[in-house]
Design a protein around this ligand. Structure first.
Ligand code: CA
Length: 208
């Protein structure tokens, strides 16, 4: 009996509890270190930094799409690989940034998912430099939105995503987690920045 329970538990964990429909298994592999090396960083100005997701080369499992209006830039990336619950580091996208004003930055992903159950298919992994991967999720479904909360597990606080950043260069990494989750751009901003989540903000310039 104990073995049966163990097998059932393993199957549940391996399959993930998400009901997201999945396409194929093309999310496997990819460059685990992203493409940040040799890429000029985006430069923060006046406490705001704006980066289009599609500024990074596509990694396995992500697709550049344009079907859902409301995005900015040339499109958005959708995770078309399989669910990667408990498996960060697949389809790594790398975004080098240069901070000139140190402080506590809010991190917001302009994102969308259309799963009727807003608790499903709603997340991606985020990592700053060599830190741990953290699941960042949005509970809003059916529209582009900026909800970006860190999830440290069941019964843990789920705060809005923030990062304490020193002046200098950093790299943010994203990797696929939930099938069909779409990401368009991200903003990093200090508390006193006016209208910080407006998609009309242009992408930040790259360092010379
Ligand atoms: Ca975009």
């Amino acid at each position: 009996m104990k073995n049966v329970i163990y097998f059932a538990l393993c199957s549940f964990v391996l399959a993930g509890c998400c009901k997201c429909p999945q396409l194929g298994a093309d999310g496997a592999g990819g460059n685990p270190f992203g493409h940040a090396l040799g890429v000029r960083p985006f430069v923060e100005r006046d406490g705001l930094l704006v980066v289009e997701i599609e500024s990074a080369p596509l990694a396995d499992g992500w697709r550049l799409e344009t079907e859902m209006a409301g995005y900015s830039g040339d499109g958005y990336y959708t995770w078309r690989g399989p669910n990667r619950f408990g498996e960060p580091g697949t389809g790594v996208l790398a975004y080098p940034v240069r901070i000139t004003t140190p402080g506590r930055y809010s991190f917001r992903l302009h994102n969308r998912h259309d799963e009727p159950d807003h608790t499903e298919c709603n997340d991606v992994y985020v990592r700053l430099g060599g830190d741990e991967w953290v699941k960042v999720f949005s509970h809003k479904a059916g529209e582009w939105n900026w909800v970006s909360r860190k999830d440290f597990g069941h019964n843990s606080p789920k705060p809005n995503a923030t990062y304490d950043l020193l002046a200098g260069d950093h790299t943010f990494y994203l990797s696929g987690r939930s099938a069909n989750f779409s990401i368009d751009r991200f903003h990093l901003y200090l508390e006193d920045v006016p209208d910080p989540r407006n998609v009309a903000h242009p992408q930040s310039p790259r360092a010379k």
